[in-house]
Structure formats: C-alpha cells, structure tokens
Design a protein around this ligand. Structure first.
Ligand code: ADP
Ligand code: MG
Length: 256
C-alpha cells in the first residue's frame, strides 16, 4: 500500500448489500468501505458470493437490497446520473474489472483491445489512445506484443493485456476476480507482480483471490466471505495467519 496515495475518504462503499436469485439469497447484507489507495482481499469458499459481491460493486449485477456508494454518492439502478445519484454508466466508467477468463476481443490485436474503451467510450483521439496504450503495455511488460492477437499469447500474457485494458480507462477502483485461477502455475507470478506494482502505485483495489501469500502481502485488509456474509475481517495477520473462526481456520489450512 502506498501510504501517500491513501486517505480516509471512502471511494466506493457497499452498505447492507443483498442479492437474491429467486428465493436463493446469495448476499445477506454485506458492508465494505474502500478508501482511496486501499487494497482489500476477498477470500472464501467457492459459492460464498465473492464474484456476486464484486459484480454488485460495479453494478454488473443489480443488488436486490442495500446501497452502493461511489465518491460518497448513492449509485442508482439507472444508467445516467440523475437527481444527485450516480448512474451505472459513470460508476462503470470509473470502476474497472478484470475477470478470471480475460474476456479479450479475439479478433482485435493487443493494442486494439487496449484502445477500444478509450476510443469508443471516452472518445479519446486514436493517436493519444495508442500512445497511452503503449505505455500501459510497457508497464505490464508486453509492448512488443502490441500487434499480436490474443490466441497467440500465453494465459499470463492475456491476463496482463486484460489488466492494461482495464487501466486504459483510468479507473479509480479496480476489481479483480480470481485473475490467476485459470493460469498454469508457472504463469501466476507474472500477473501477481503486475498487481503488486499497481498496489505500490496506490491503485485502489478489491481482489478476490485464492493466493493466500499474495493476499497477505498486498492487502491492508482481508475479508472472509462465507455463505453470503463477511464472517471475518481484519489484517492479513488476523485473518490469514491467526484465524479465529473455525470455518476460516478450515479454509486457510487448505492453502498451507
Ligand atoms: P463465488 O464467487 O464465491 O464462488 P458466486 O458469487 O459466483 O460465488 O456465487 C454465489 C452463489 O450464487 C452460488 O450459489 C451461485 O450458484 C449463485 N449464483 C451466482 N450467479 C447466479 C445467477 N446468475 N443466477 C443464479 N444463481 C447464481
Ligand atoms: Mg467467483
């Protein structure tokens, strides 16, 4: 965490967030407040609601109860900003997301994947978008691959392009959902080191991960999600290294 970049004004918050699919209540009232520059790790068993939670944070899933706040304003379930509320469009523009399965455009080059959002959504002039994309590709170590198509890249390279693509929108918050889970073990490190670099630069992030050592290393706070509630939260020391909750003890012991 970059102490300088951090201050105690929440940039994104979830207040008593609920999400049900039919009768199945997946999120049962979650609270989270993320300060600028803060890195939070979300851990928990499969099916506990981690993906649903971070998808609700950028309104890819519409919560069935509770509130998401961005820059201390309520986010409405409408696309445009109105009546003092932030719309989903503005929220998504500033809250980037990276997925387990990259979701790159297969028919576009690496450079085109990274420039697409700025050109189409932000109307950035192509030349400017390309210059910035090349900077970002250098940051993730892939400048020389700018003309390649995604199916000619390794999984680790694809994921680094996906991260550069998210950064091209200059997000204020980055949400990462198990971004190394689909990778061969030898490719995990290169992606984690890019994320670690972002944390050091003060990027605000919520990271769903099963990489316990990584979570303990980069996150200022770790949340354990279990059956749709935050069953434990605290420093990595408290949550990962000295868990009190028996279900959490069982969970983390599987990663030792
Ligand atoms: P995690 O990411 O922790 O593995 P998820 O958020 O993906 O958990 O899923 C939590 C629960 O919500 C699971 O029981 C899952 O089956 C259910 N779920 C997730 N998405 C949907 C959906 N679109 N429709 C119905 N159920 C869903
Ligand atoms: Mg998930």
């Amino acid at each position: 965490m970059n102490a300088q970049a951090r201050n105690s004004t929440p940039i994104i918050e979830a207040l008593s967030l609920h999400k049900s699919y039919g009768k199945h209540e997946v999120l049962k009232g979650l609270d989270l407040s993320l300060d600028r520059g803060e890195v939070v790790a979300l851990i928990g068993p499969s099916g506990s609601g981690k993906s649903t939670f971070i998808r609700c944070l950028n309104m890819m899933e519409i919560p069935t109860g509770g509130t998401v706040r961005f820059r201390q304003k309520t986010v409405g379930d409408h696309f445009r900003d109105k009546g003092g509320e932030i719309g989903i469009g503005t929220l998504r523009r500033h809250v980037g997301m990276v997925f387990q399965h990259f979701n790159l455009f297969p028919h576009k080059t690496v450079l085109q994947n990274v420039t697409e959002g700025p050109i189409v959504v932000c109307k950035t002039p192509r030349k400017e978008a390309e210059e910035r994309a090349m900077d970002l590709l250098s940051q993730v170590g892939l400048a020389e691959k700018h003309g390649a198509y995604p199916n000619h890249l390794s999984g680790g390279q694809k994921q680094r392009v996906a991260i550069a693509r998210a950064l091209a929108m200059e997000p204020e918050v980055l949400l990462l959902d198990e971004v190394t889970s689909a990778l061969d073990p030898e490719l995990v490190g290169e992606v984690l080191s890019v994320i670690r670099g972002l944390a050091e630069k003060g990027m605000t992030m919520a990271i769903v991960t099963h990489e316990m050592a990584f979570a303990a290393d980069v996150a200022s706070r770790v949340l354990f999600l279990d059956q749709g509630v935050i069953a434990e939260s605290g420093s990595a020391d408290q949550v990962i290294l000295n868990p009190q909750n028996p279900r959490l003890q069982g969970f983390v012991s599987r990663f030792r």
